[in-house]
Design a protein around this ligand. Structure first.
Ligand SMILES: Nc1ncnc2c1ncn2[C@@H]1O[C@H](COP(=O)(O)OP(=O)(O)O)[C@@H](O)[C@H]1O
Ligand SMILES: [Mg+2]
Length: 512
């Protein structure tokens, strides 16, 4: 239908003559009865329309005007208009109506067949150009669609990959400071729901106060430097502290001015913690080696001192005053020896005599002593299942260690409280408890309702000579000895503590 010519020439035999001429030239024709009928036929498709001026003047023209306006961008239907042929000049209204049609060729009467067919031919030709443009536009649109789909797929792939790597994506508009983010970005900052309205200030608001100025400066400098790479502490929506890494590159306008910074953000808390743990472990190893070496030599020196004092004591058997002095020296040497034993324990260099220890009866054996040492204001609760597997450890050293934990608990509960000693059997997976290999362990826990430890104390509690108890009160060797024993036995020591609520210290020993 697209190639046909529509004819609207209601007067006399105009339509019939025109139709015959045009058909002879090879174009199919359809004759319309009025303007409304022409609109219906136009909807079905036409490459040009032949219309007489008087037909245009008659009837309601809104239909045709609407149709013309609703043409798609490629279309501008050509009209060949047969003018009235009066000698009188055309009225302003009539000219306007002609103009309304847009793409017209005006043929004045009397009509030459040749001129009319020529005009129709050019109109059809022009119409064909429009069809070509339509084709071209369609092809263009198809390839834009294809590219869009490809781009979307690529973006999805990228998003999935970033998400799999735990990375959030962000783009900062350098001018406005607004930030676009992906859901993973929002999650890193503690928001489960996707967030709108991110901007520079809101991001900086999450950054730890101590880091805020540095991060703000880095963001500003990024535009000039072309990139940003930093790690900082943030507090998430619910106030918990996390470490994040931010990496971004600057994107520029065509004229080279930085317009946006795009990049990724990831939560690196676990890595940071692992790094800190490793550094702490290395430090403890170094301190351990040093302490162990000194303690070992010192202990060797003590042996002849104690031996000689012993001999001297026998010689001075009748000298009461001499005896007193020697006894004082001996008991000091004894204390020195205990001290070196603890240092050796911390350094994991004490001589252990491990055996399969029944934890339940070992704790039974020291409960009385524990109760007496802790006094009446502290309730001691023992919670150990009788059918526990035995643990591999040196029983004497283990008793000492548990007493140490009890004494620490007592010191943390000056106005009384409760100490619970419990034991359980636990299957540990590789990596789930720091410093423990996969396997089955007996965990003996001493939990008190005391003062708890602040962050600094918790971080340093097992270091040798670390004590908060004041000169002459604490040696700072209790926890380091317990930790050394547990580690040397193939286990470890873990502490959890809440200021004002209490402390729970666990000794992990391999089950036999
Ligand atoms: N149960 C506990 N509650 C609170 N703080 C504790 C507890 N156990 C140990 N600490 C803290 O750890 C520090 C080190 O303990 P420790 O090595 O036994 O040395 P000391 O008892 O000689 O101070 C203590 O000074 C104390 O600050
Ligand atoms: Mg102690």
């Amino acid at each position: 239908m697209e190639d046909r010519i529509l004819i609207l020439a209601p007067r006399g035999r105009d339509a019939q003559i025109a139709s015959e001429l045009i058909q002879q030239s090879g174009f199919p024709c359809t004759t319309c009865v009025d303007l409304d009928n022409m609109v219906v036929e136009l909807d079905a498709g036409a490459s040009a329309a032949l219309i007489t001026e008087e037909a245009l003047a008659k009837g309601d023209r809104t239909g045709i005007s609407d149709w013309l306006k609703s043409q798609p961008a490629w279309s501008d239907l050509p009209f060949v208009v047969l003018a009235n042929g009066d000698r009188s000049p055309r009225s302003a209204l009539a000219s306007m109506r002609l103009e309304d049609l847009g793409n017209i060729v005006l043929l004045e009467r009397p009509l030459h067949a040749e001129a009319m067919v020529g005009a129709i031919r050019s109109a059809v030709k022009a119409r064909h150009r429009q069809y070509e443009i339509r084709e071209f536009a369609a092809t263009l649109e198809r390839s834009v669609q294809e590219r869009t789909i490809e781009l979307e797929a690529a973006r999805d792939t990228l998003e999935v990959a970033l998400d799999a790597a735990g990375m959030g994506n962000w783009t900062l508009d350098v001018g406005t400071g607004e930030i676009e983010s992906t859901p993973r970005y929002d999650q890193i900052f503690g928001y489960d729901e996707p967030q709108r309205g991110w901007n520079r200030e809101r991001f900086l608001g999450h950054v730890d106060v101590a880091d805020r100025v540095i991060v703000a400066t880095a963001l500003t400098a990024a535009a000039a430097q072309g990139e940003i790479n930093l790690e900082c502490l943030i507090s998430t929506k619910d106030g918990s502290a996390r470490w994040i890494a931010v990496n971004g590159r600057v994107r520029r306008d065509l004229d080279g001015t930085p317009s946006r910074i795009t990049g990724v953000v990831s939560d690196i808390t676990a890595r940071r913690e692992a790094d800190a743990r490793l550094a702490q472990a290395q430090k403890m190893d170094a301190v351990g080696q040093l302490t162990g070496g000194v303690a070992h030599d010192f202990n060797n020196l003590l042996t002849p001192i104690v031996g000689s004092l012993d001999l001297l004591r026998r010689r001075l058997i009748d000298d009461e005053r001499g005896q007193k002095l020697v006894m004082a020296a001996l008991s000091a040497a004894e204390r020195a020896s205990t001290l070196t034993q603890r240092l050796l324990a911390f350094a994991r260099r004490q001589t252990l005599q491990p055996s399969a220890v029944n934890i339940s009866s070992l704790i039974d054996g020291i409960t009385d002593l524990m109760r007496r040492s802790l006094g009446p204001t502290i309730e001691v609760v023992i919670d150990v299942p009788a059918d526990l597997s035995s643990a591999r450890a040196d029983p004497n050293q283990l008793e000492l260690a548990l007493l140490n934990l009890a004494i620490n608990a007592r010191d943390a509960m000056p106005s009384g409280g409760q100490l619970t000693v419990s034991a359980t059997e636990i299957d540990v997976e590789e990596g789930s408890v720091p410093a423990l290999k996969a396997g089955r362990y007996i965990r003996v826990t001493a939990t008190d309702t005391g003062t708890g430890m602040d962050e600094h104390t918790l971080a340093h509690a097992i270091e040798p000579f670390f004590s908060t108890k004041g000169v002459g009160k604490g040696t700072g060797l209790g926890l380091s000895m317990v930790h050394g024993l547990a580690a040397q036995s193939g286990g470890t020591l873990t502490i959890s503590s809440v200021v004002g609520q209490g402390t729970s210290i666990a000794v992990w020993l391999p089950a036999t």
